[in-house]
Ligand binder design. Structure first.
Ligand code: GDP
Length: 296
């Protein structure tokens, strides 16, 4: 189910409730069941959806609401708040400061959009007057360095990588050191991906992280991976200190549910979303406007 459909289904459920003359237990249950169905179809993890339903029922106790209360408003507000809570882990991620060096390490599976997202992130900050730099520590995928180099050149962002060095840790360290000397304030390290979660990848990530001591590790996730999102995000979080999530490919056939699951699994906020292949198809992610849009 694409995001727009999820939003449509939820607002339809709310509309149906609004059309009912009396809001009783049955109307509320019908509405919640409809929303549950929509969220599950959008690949939100079952446990998250169940918890949400329980919480709303706890908040909206129809017996306790005196006749004068606007039950529809209270229910709608409770649904809004619960969806926001799902997307808000309660603590903001590390925020780099312009003019002060920060090292940001990107992790994710191959094909998730990691390399593209590194450049988008650098470009976004460069437009705001930062001095970003890109380090390609992906020695696993043939062509990874060329891709990063091409993107970086197009955006006029300094980059570092090697065609001959096969040790990702030494490349990462050398790149970070060089750009620290050059007073870059946002040093972005792109790491290897793999087709699936495997021990070698996680070990490499751990080593790069230990050697470069990133201020923030960003987990990049393809929004179309569906129900696999929770486990995948959790596996990354267990290996490195993921502090933020970027969800890519929110254009096209994107499923919104994966974002909710990734937040739950990593206890980290989504900070940006990717909305296309181009450098500037990249948006800051804000929970409340996102949920408002979802509810229509
Ligand atoms: P990596 O293997 O994780 O480094 O992935 P890449 O950065 O090479 O991206 C894989 C593919 O996804 C490329 O064709 C990208 O152009 C594409 N891609 C990345 N982000 C987005 C996005 O937000 N939307 C769309 N439609 N495509 C994207």
């Amino acid at each position: 189910m694409v995001l727009a459909q999820l939003g449509g289904s939820i607002s339809r459920a709310l509309q149906q409730m609004s059309n009912a003359t009396i809001i009783d237990e049955k109307v509320l249950n019908d509405c919640l069941n409809e929303i549950t169905r929509a969220l599950l179809q959008a690949d939100v993890q079952f446990k998250l959806v169940r918890d949400m339903q329980t919480n709303i029922k706890k908040i909206v106790n129809l017996d306790d609401l005196a006749a004068g209360h606007n039950k529809r408003k209270i229910i709608q507000q409770a649904i809004f708040n619960e969806l926001c809570k799902m997307l808000d882990p309660g603590k903001p991620s590390f925020t780099p400061k312009k003019g002060k060096t920060s090292v940001i390490m990107f992790v994710g599976l191959q094909g998730s959009g990691k390399t593209t997202t590194c450049t988008k992130y650098a470009y976004y900050h460069q437009k705001k007057g930062w001095k970003p730099a890109l380090v390609c520590a992906d020695t696993f995928r043939a062509g990874a360095f060329d891709q990063l180099k091409q993107n970086a050149t197009k955006a006029k962002i300094p980059f570092y990588g090697s065609y001959t060095e096969s040790d990702p840790v030494s490349i990462a360290v050398e790149g970070v050191e060089r750009f620290k000397r050059e007073n870059c304030d946002l040093i972005i390290v792109d790491t290897s991906g793999r087709h699936k979660q495997e021990a070698a990848l996680f070990e490499e990530m751990r080593q790069v992280s230990e050697a470069t001591k990133p201020d923030l590790v960003i987990f990049v996730m393809d929004s179309s991976i569906g129900q696999a999102a929770f486990d995948q995000a959790q596996a990354f979080k267990q290996s490195v200190a993921v502090g933020a999530v970027i969800v890519t490919k929110m254009d096209g056939h994107a499923k919104g549910g994966g974002a909710l699951s990734a937040v739950a699994a990593t206890k980290s906020p989504v900070i940006f979303i990717g909305t296309g292949e181009h450098m500037d198809e990249f948006e800051v992610f804000d929970v409340k406007p996102f949920v408002s849009r979802l509810l229509g």
